[in-house]
Design a protein around this ligand. Sequence first.
Ligand SMILES: *Cc1c(COP(=O)(O)O)cnc(C)c1O
Length: 378
Amino acid sequence: MIDFNRPPFVGKELDYIKQAVDFGKLCGDGEFTKRCSAWMRDKFQVSHVLMTTSCTHALEMAAYLCDLKPGDEVILPSYTFVSTADAFVLRGAKLVFVDIHPETMNIDETKIEAAITEKTKVIVPVHYAGVSCAMNEILDIAKKYNLKVVEDAAQGVNAYYNGKALGTIGDFGCYSFHETKNYSMGEGGALVFQKDEYLEAAEILREKGTDRSKFFRGQVDKYTWVNYGSSYLPSDMNAAYLYAQLEMADEIDKKRHAIYDYYDKKLRPLAQAGYIEQPYVPEYASHNAHMYFIKTKDLEERTKLIQYLREKGIWSVFHYIPLHSAAAGLKFGRFHGEDVYTTKESERLMRLPMFYNLEMDKVEYVAQCILDYPEFNK
Ligand SMILES: *Cc1c(COP(=O)(O)O)cnc(C)c1O
């Protein structure tokens, strides 16, 4: 049985969780949370890192900080996880979906401008599979129309655009440390940003509407309720698990790339013969091997191949059902322009097993089973 995913485990996690317990402060912003934040600030060259309970919550915070009013519009791809949309729907915003590039499955930046109205406030590029969107073009549009950019970098932790860490390029970046992501704390995330002007509001929002962070820094002598807010701080136990992984980030990255490269090389003959398509990484992107996907001819072939692999003991999965075709998508949004690729490409894509602790002989077995698939050997 080869699982599609297992939470990464590098070795020191339990040690660090015990240390967190011994420190005697298990709530938010404890020692390990501070270490994780500092590590990211340094590695990703970003001014502010606020750890959160999930990427979904980081996106919610970003939506609050963009100061959206009901009826404001947000431009995003329809090919993404529901959280990208939920965060903005909760603020009463209207979703405007645009088509994707078929090669990267990222938002097609050339379709954004036509979707802008006087209500548009935010563009949300989603860095699918940790492969960067065309950020310069997106930033140019945002500047021209005075829009904010919220990067959904849930899959893009430790991936880069022209040398810049994903998530640190727009106004806000949102990371995920869910167990399915490259670096994990079970459930968790982070909101990152460069501008100091967002800090105070972000801290208050994350701390139940209080200025508790200022209090801990000694900037005020008691903390009080100053605005609306929620509780988005993860426990230091979870941060302890993550810190063990961040310390080993290079190893995790190396292993994932080894799996990615093996699949990519081994399956190339099938792509050359026209049976499948393989991922494409633009020049400007340096990805993090978050996932390895292939595309089959159509939906029917994908269903059959997934079934065939399951019979071989291999779990391969597909995603996403385009948001604009889901019940909530119809209610909260509209698709601007023509859906040329979103639906068609989403029906062809399947993901192969990929996680840090996956043994290479299993990776070889998966690739060999696909090479041996009878339909690809006619
Ligand atoms: C995983 C993921 C999320 C949600 O992350 P959580 O930490 O589980 O909330 C959001 N957007 C994308 C694109 C994702 O892949």
